[in-house]
Design a protein around this ligand. Sequence first.
Ligand SMILES: *Cc1c(COP(=O)(O)O)cnc(C)c1O
Length: 376
Amino acid sequence: MNNKIYLSSPHMGGTEQKYVKEAFDQNWIAPLGPNVTGFETAIESYLGGENKVAALSSGTAAIHLGLILLGVSKGDEVICQSFTFSASANPIVYQGATPVFVDSEQETWNMCPKHLEEAIKDRIRKGKKPKAIIAVHLYGMPFNVDAILAIANTYEIPVLEDSAEALGSTYNGQKCGTFGSIGILSFNGNKIITTSGGGALVTKDNALKERAIFLATQARDNAPHYQHSNIGYNYRLSNICAGIGRGQMEVLDKHIELRREMNKFYTSLFSNQEGVSVFTEPTTDYFSNHWLSCITVTPETAGFTAEDIRLAMAEDNIECRPLWKPMHLQPIFKDAPYYGTNFAETLFENGLCLPSGSNLSDAERQRIRTALRPFV
Ligand SMILES: *Cc1c(COP(=O)(O)O)cnc(C)c1O
């Protein structure tokens, strides 16, 4: 059997071990230290503007703290994109709040502005104004920022921007993660850069950053003994993991270029195949990091299904995966309110994620090309 080709695997740049070694040399193995600050500074200058970054143990932790900072608590409702990974929605439940799911639009596969407004109006009519909106830049594709923010502003509801998959993507030249009241990033093992596990909270308000760090480090009041007036969390990133992150920031743009080349590779492979479309930016306002390259298959036109491709690729130990199963169809969220026309459901039924790593070799691309030959 050939070696496994993954959808997206960690890709080290080379300097990560230098930063980790420094931490060992200085015995800075305890959680906080120079790598955490260095990693935060590197992300802040990458995002540009006034953005402040708190490095955390995961993207999920960042969403949880983000909701707390936006005042979400027991009994509240929070609107969330249905077409996403469960970690976008789970922290709503951690807070004792209820998710309200909204369908996607065709252009970006992300939150549909029309259904968002319908949901807000209906929730208000039913007696409860949503406390926050979680919009996601899925697979690296920016959501329709102008339309979503316009609606959020009209109804004065803060946006928590889930940019876990979209570090380096831009909308009208501005980096994803910097549009919401609060943005979040993930450095999980399969993301565009990784710290083996980690995340970050992004905000323009330095007091919010300080508050996030306070809550992420057990919420200790200023006293010589351990004094607590708030419930705290153990959500800070470690100095060792942050060292990996500093090295990864040095190769981020290079890796985005390579992921985008994978997207072009698939676009050209499928260019003459009817019934298969490779997901790309709708207009030049959008710039995707193409974290994962995805296709949708129309079986009636193509003569095969997305599942046929997945199984054929698996024969040669090449990993492919269906698109995210919408949250409103998940057993755990079956009772949550949902607004839409099931566009996300058709994506789930007909879509597929293809190997997209920045570290794929020419030989691996050749294996992919060979395995896809019956479908192009
Ligand atoms: C990965 C991911 C998260 C969670 O990030 P972790 O660092 O794995 O906790 C949240 N939302 C989306 C859309 C993701 O892809």
